[in-house]
Design a protein around this ligand. Sequence first.
Ligand SMILES: *[C@@H]1O[C@H](CO)[C@@H](O)[C@H](O)[C@H]1NC(C)=O
Ligand SMILES: *[C@@H]1O[C@H](CO)[C@@H](O)[C@H](O)[C@H]1NC(C)=O
Ligand SMILES: *[C@@H]1O[C@H](CO)[C@@H](O)[C@H](O)[C@H]1NC(C)=O
Ligand SMILES: *[C@@H]1O[C@H](CO)[C@@H](O)[C@H](O)[C@H]1NC(C)=O
Ligand SMILES: *[C@@H]1O[C@H](CO)[C@@H](O)[C@H](O)[C@H]1NC(C)=O
Ligand SMILES: *[C@@H]1O[C@H](CO)[C@@H](O)[C@H](O)[C@H]1NC(C)=O
Ligand SMILES: *[C@@H]1O[C@H](CO)[C@@H](O)[C@H](O)[C@H]1NC(C)=O
Ligand SMILES: *[C@@H]1O[C@H](CO)[C@@H](O)[C@H](O)[C@H]1NC(C)=O
Ligand SMILES: *[C@@H]1O[C@H](CO)[C@@H](O)[C@H](O)[C@H]1NC(C)=O
Ligand SMILES: *[C@@H]1O[C@H](CO)[C@@H](O)[C@H](O)[C@H]1NC(C)=O
Length: 663
Amino acid sequence: MILKTLSVLLLCFHLSLSDVYMHNPRGSNNRLEERSANRNNANRLFDSQNNNRGGYNVGNNKASGGINTEEDIYYMKYFQSGPSASSSLTIEWTNQHGCGGNEDSDPHKLNCNIVIQYMVSDVCEFDSEDENCMRNGDNTNTQTFNAVGSGQINGFTQSQMTQRMKNQVSTTRGLHETYEYYNDCYIRKRNTGLFTADQNLRNNQYGNSSAIYTRQNANGNRRGYECPEERDYYPYWHPTPWRDIAILADNMSQCDWYQRESFNVQPRGICRELDENNAVKSWSYWNNEDDCERYGGHWFTEYAYIDIEEVNKAQCQDRNHTNGLKRVWAPTTYGGTPQCLVLPPAPVCQPAKWSRVNHLGNSRDGVPLNFTWTLPYFPSGNEKFVVVRLRYNISTDDYDPFNTNSSHNQNLAQQVRSPVTQNPYINIGATNNKPLRLAINTAQFGRTFQDRSHVLRLLPRSEISHPAGSTCTLHNLNVRGKRGNIVQTFPAVEYDFIPNKLTVRESDCIHIQWTGSNTHNNGAPGGDGQTGDAGEGTGGTDRHNMVEIPHPNSNYPVPWENSTMWRGVELVWKDDTWTNSSALDETDIAVVLASGGYYECYTQGKCTKSMQSYTPRLNRLLNNIVPSFGTVLRLKRGTYHYICSRNNNFTNRSQKGMITVTP
Ligand SMILES: *[C@@H]1O[C@H](CO)[C@@H](O)[C@H](O)[C@H]1NC(C)=O
Ligand SMILES: *[C@@H]1O[C@H](CO)[C@@H](O)[C@H](O)[C@H]1NC(C)=O
Ligand SMILES: *[C@@H]1O[C@H](CO)[C@@H](O)[C@H](O)[C@H]1NC(C)=O
Ligand SMILES: *[C@@H]1O[C@H](CO)[C@@H](O)[C@H](O)[C@H]1NC(C)=O
Ligand SMILES: *[C@@H]1O[C@H](CO)[C@@H](O)[C@H](O)[C@H]1NC(C)=O
Ligand SMILES: *[C@@H]1O[C@H](CO)[C@@H](O)[C@H](O)[C@H]1NC(C)=O
Ligand SMILES: *[C@@H]1O[C@H](CO)[C@@H](O)[C@H](O)[C@H]1NC(C)=O
Ligand SMILES: *[C@@H]1O[C@H](CO)[C@@H](O)[C@H](O)[C@H]1NC(C)=O
Ligand SMILES: *[C@@H]1O[C@H](CO)[C@@H](O)[C@H](O)[C@H]1NC(C)=O
Ligand SMILES: *[C@@H]1O[C@H](CO)[C@@H](O)[C@H](O)[C@H]1NC(C)=O
């Protein structure tokens, strides 16, 4: 009995080691605002398969205190691209097991591809009772899912399912994928053509092996409302809420295929059946067109739309392909009214950049692994919520990843041996003894990791009243990292500006923005790393500002008289959280940036919180400022260097950046 329990425990023990961490936009790794180095709940929103210590807290918009309600969260804001003006955001990450480098001269030790995606919806109110509203949540519990009983599911109606969703979904817990999306995955027959090696996939409570069971998730564990079959495979064969940004391929020759098969450009089918009231059910067991129709369902083709234009069919046709975006006149759900759906372009496909194995480090030449995302343009002009997702997928040549399927699954009765088996013993000599054991976990042999951002807001360019707003090329300049020293933050990273070297033109806009937490204490439990939050100012708090330094080799700010960075600076947009004053001049802007947004102008009387008169005064270590700030500026030509006065701490830590503005 004891032995049996022990072996079950050993089987269930899932050793997860550091794997993929997104540093900009800040990857959550399922954290919300934990004070501990470990996240509370690895199953909160998605299956990262990462170390518990990774991830960044959600942004806070108050000078003190944690997140009590969603109103306390600072949503990072990014301006959408305009019809003819791009906005770019640097996505940066580290991945542990290496990637890229498949050129013949320097072959790598594994196959690897990275898929960068986003989920998008129109915004909903923070206090929304809408159970489908994408949200960060204000606590770290996983959403509930209790499947309909097996005695009830056959006659279950869509209105009963909607009620069930309302009863189970909490509007204070984080939500990415929706309840009904997971329920459909829970019920839908899994793709039985997939290679599952010698894993024993279980059944759901209806006795069916559904899409929640995969080789990597044989027990059907749930994380948020993510569908495991979709999580493990790309491109997925059914509709998903994810839109593709880029595929960083193992082999460039796969790019044509990825770009052709991306859901962005290749609509996907799903089976839809009617209930006894003729309402369309949001779930079905059937996973292919033949079975679906044979059993009375309708095979519905769904498009990966990112936006809906409120126009009629003729106008929709007229607009087709304007600004490079295809439209289709189609319903979003089976039986729905057709609308003008705007589709995203095919994803970018590039070879994955080289990174070193067993090392959460940079690419060649010390350059961080990064991808520049040109943010989407949404013709409706609506503000959007998005979540960015980075998937890191690794396999080896121990079996051919693209031509090994269910016909190779272990089946000893039929004398089929899986090409890979669990911890096999191997023969190394002529005799028949097998002295060595290999460490092979067939659930992780070929494995996908991921990280996701917190929910971000994408603002339309029309939010910028300055005439440059609709036309300027916009560059996002953020801060990555969290409070602590190198071992305390690991596998997250210390502070830095990102990109810390930015080159723009004089006509370009720079969206300077950072966020932080008041609870990055990084305390116990710390799992397999050191706890603590070494740094300046109040424990647990992230704070940032920008002050000019004369050259990169310096740590002393230049006095205002000698500064050049803010000379002639133009204010293009300011967050509505600061100052009612118009006509801020270069002195005001310098003061605002140096005080991290605490003072809103320099001269008394020009704004409520002037540097000349406002009390309480700015704390010298920025303790009393809000950790989040944003503004869009245009700088005059020149080369500028700057630091964060609080965190830059030579010889311990550098938080310095450089901006070059060319004509
Ligand atoms: C499995 O792959 C083999 C080629 O390796 C192919 O002949 C066979 O049709 C495939 N079977 C399924 C179920 O996809
Ligand atoms: C990962 O690679 C395997 C091949 O080894 C492929 O079948 C799967 O679809 C890939 N998954 C993702 C998320 O890229
Ligand atoms: C890339 O893929 C093509 C087609 O699948 C294959 O012929 C080629 O050998 C691959 N190259 C490398 C370096 O793996
Ligand atoms: C379970 O599978 C059978 C076919 O094997 C199917 O008829 C039935 O609808 C499935 N049950 C559910 C609840 O999906
Ligand atoms: C737009 O053009 C594509 C072909 O590129 C076509 O499939 C689609 O139906 C067109 N959309 C509309 C709304 O006419
Ligand atoms: C991103 O990577 C490219 C090389 O692929 C490099 O030139 C660039 O400087 C990197 N950007 C950042 C912000 O690190
Ligand atoms: C600089 O960094 C060290 C190490 O993290 C820290 O102990 C110290 O408080 C920091 N600040 C100053 C002013 O030394
Ligand atoms: C400021 O500029 C003046 C004139 O160029 C120079 O003499 C002085 O040393 C500079 N001060 C600092 C602190 O850089
Ligand atoms: C701006 O001014 C309005 C009215 O004078 C006031 O209600 C509002 O609080 C002010 N906003 C800020 C950020 O000071
Ligand atoms: C850097 O940190 C060390 C402790 O790790 C501390 O002794 C030293 O004073 C710090 N340097 C500065 C400039 O604060």
